[in-house]
Design a protein around this ligand. Sequence first.
Ligand SMILES: NC(=O)c1ccc[n+]([C@@H]2O[C@H](COP(=O)([O-])OP(=O)(O)OC[C@H]3O[C@@H](n4cnc5c(N)ncnc54)[C@H](OP(=O)(O)O)[C@@H]3O)[C@@H](O)[C@H]2O)c1
Length: 264
Amino acid sequence: MTSSHSPASASASAPSSAPATTPPTAAPLTGRDVVIVGGGSGIGLEVARRAVAAGARVVLGGRNEDKLAAAAQSLGDRAGWAAVDTTDKESLARFFDGVDRIDHLFTPAASYRVGPMLELSDSDAESPFVSKFWGQYHAVKYAAPKLTQNASVVLMSGAASVRPPAAAPAYVACNAAIEGLGRGLAVELAPVRVNVVSPGTVDGNLWAQRPAAVREASFAQYGRDSLLHRPGTEGEIADAVLFLFTNTFMTGSVLYPDGGYALR
Ligand SMILES: NC(=O)c1ccc[n+]([C@@H]2O[C@H](COP(=O)([O-])OP(=O)(O)OC[C@H]3O[C@@H](n4cnc5c(N)ncnc54)[C@H](OP(=O)(O)O)[C@@H]3O)[C@@H](O)[C@H]2O)c1
């Protein structure tokens, strides 16, 4: 005699043994206030698009006012913007003074140089820490008084943290430090949730600014180095950020949307 657990084998007259439905584990974004520091382009803007589509209000931050105004206009009347430079603490204080409350914070803002220790100037070598690490650290610090009780924060890292693509030791270390920062802030700010997204190479705005030959060579290399043989899209990274915004049990984690780059 054989037994089967397939639904088709259940007797029509037997009482239902289906488990009771559990409550949803994702907090909806409807009516929530989202702040994206570095939201005027790229992954940040893609997160903003998804958040607005899901019913949130969004404030975009960045340095270029024209870019922010155009980005906010493209999102409709639930989006606003204000200028901020994350390397300037007075600018961060002004920016967050102008924000009433924050349910979700994402901080992809950064600009830096990457390269070998023996080739970069000291200030270029330090630039990832100045802009990407301390920029996000201070953004969260100045945002903290406005975070609601059940808020969530997503920091931006990069999969170079676990697999250096080339000689760029300060950039690699900076991303590893950001992943540690996420764990540290998750402990300090609980019950506010803090997580980190650490993407592989993304075919989007950042790489579109670089020379075509450099971009094409990097994408081809990434294709060889990753399991899915292509760079990601800004939308794929944004989906990971929205998951971290809304899954109410995620904190202190690092997500690697990288097409399997870290495994090869
Ligand atoms: N794209 C990739 O392949 C990839 C992969 C892994 C990780 N990342 C990380 O993702 C982040 C960049 O996001 P992205 O790829 O979407 O590029 P992006 O389009 O260049 O977005 C970065 C945004 O941050 C803003 N910004 C830069 N420096 C700032 C500062 N000091 N203060 C405030 N805003 C600032 C920029 O606008 P303004 O210039 O107007 O300020 C821009 O809108 C970086 O942290 C990068 O390391 C990217």
